[in-house]
Ligand binder design. Sequence first.
Ligand code: MSP
Length: 654
Amino acid sequence: MDKGSFYLTTPIYYVNDIPHIGHAYTTIACDVMSRYKRMKGFDVRFLTGTDEHGQKIQSAAEAKGMTPQELVDKIHVNFKELWKALDISNDDFIRTTEPRHVRAVQAMFERLIEQGDIYKGTYEGWYCVPCETYVPESSMGENRTCPDCGRPLITMKEESYFFRASKYVPQLIEHYEKHLSGVMPPVRYNEIMSFLKSGVHDQSVSRTTLKWGIPVPGDEKHVVYVWFDALINYATAVGYLDDPAMFARYWPAVRHMVGKDIIRFHCVIWPLMLIALGINVPVSVIAHGWWTVDGEKMSKSKGNVVDPFKMARVYGADAFRYFLMREVPFGNDGDFSELALVGRVNSDLANDLGNLLNRSIQMIVSYADGVVPSAQPSGDATDSDVRSLGASTLKAVDSAMETFSYDEALKHIWTFIRRGNKYIDETSPWKVHEAGNAGRLKEILLTLHDTLRLSAMLVAPYIPSSAEKMWAQLGLPGSPMAALLDDFAWGAGAGAKVKRGALLFPRIDVEKWKEEKAKEKAMNAASVSDAPASLPSAPSDHEPQIGIDDFAKVEMRVALVTKVEEVPKSKKLYKLDIDLGYEKRVICAGVKQFVKPEELLGHRVIVVTNLKPAVLGGVESNGMILAASVKTPGSEQVALIAPASDIPLGSRVH
Ligand code: MSP
């Protein structure tokens, strides 16, 4: 059944930083919605990508001693890897440095110049360099600081191209007056309407102060302002310039999901650009709230940035996805706590869903040789109740999803799952079996299988890989994602051969978990205060791929450890004298807690020899020994790396 198109986008993420929970949240929310709409029969297009131009990127590249192009080529891969780890089903991934996008931006810019909606002028104002935004006097923070990041503003004057935004404001107000869901939720709609009514100035859309951007066509001393460039990605990716048929198919159905901090760009500037170009305004912009962590704002300096890779590795992508979608009403701010996540795994996923599956499969195996019986509904009131709750759940979930109320949808789904567990208690199939009531037993087993089949379909957008596992255990062919929710029919699973499988979500022992967390915290505190930054710390498992040339830059050689001394005042460091055959050196190694001096003394090790010297614990270290390490909650293991057979000192490792 073709329900029409549904085009959904995430913001494109800046590649000056590693991905964190905020990025994961938006992308998971879009993924859940895309999967859901596919299961409702929509022609879905789901886009994500990376924002690769502008001052932030140029500065980050400078700080790392790279060119901006090198930086974006390296960092954007982290996002692609994260989306794999989190089971994200995007149809496309756009990078703003791609030629398809550069051409689209230049074409739009040129068209707006031609029609007089972009003109040249001079801009003077208070400017926030990290946010790349001019800040009006009225919204400055104390002592002329940026209202968003709190950093000091500078005065700036430059020749600039301006977009005649003011001209189209009345049209946009009129549009929103007719389309109340143009901005969601209502609190953001109101915010945008009052902003629009307070007046919008023409917008500066070019910069002469930086190089890393898309050149303004015909005036190459200017580059296009990063936000003007970035917003256009949504149109580029569905063929604005190159594929009119695709554009006609998806654009009218476009919805943007964004964090509440970037709604003015999406609900004011972007629609004004679109109106000027004669293109439809998005159906809606859906704004979500912000995550704090254990009650505090997330920041690198506090060391509380939640690493989504780690969450997926430790708890599984599904548990993490479920938690983020269930924990806060969409649109509100939320607080991330691992303990709350563990609680949800145990109660909702292991207890409610996992138990229903296990108990039901077990009974189908015991009482029907694993084959789901067919049965005619006898009109039993308990069965009818389950069926009618199933039908009303499908409707309730659909209306919750219309307003992006993920937590509401999940509450409805779990009411149904819990009803399934209650149904087992009410019908007591073991008693029906003992009483030899074969007809009723068949009906109960079929109802249980139906309940699980529908549950697997309903949870599939949220926890796709667990839904697949459920589907396989239920003995159903294909995948729950390929099933259409509107086609769900009671009794259709009769004849399936169920297969007992591993627990979907093993329970986490909370007491043990707390002990391990406490140990991990203590160890981290020790290593933060003690660890020299240039020693090998546990690398991310998700470093992007590098070319052989990058690898060749690291010079590693075989060395002999000739002396081992402790570095006073350091819990971690040894001072080692090493012999490279052609030269002797002193290096520091942060392995004291894991390796005894005799395991080093007289042994051959591998040393990185072209690392810049660093002073560690008061000792100048001229290289780094290689060791493998793994951290699990509560423990860390370290093993030195050595050549497998004797080889002359100084031999190079390739
Ligand atoms: N590049 C721009 C978007 C351009 S879209 C045309 C940008 N990038 S960003 O990487 O800084 O942020 C991307 C998204 O992450 C934003 O929607 C922002 O709201 C979201 N989040 C960043 N930190 C967040 C939390 N702590 N919690 C939830 N979302 C947050 O802005």
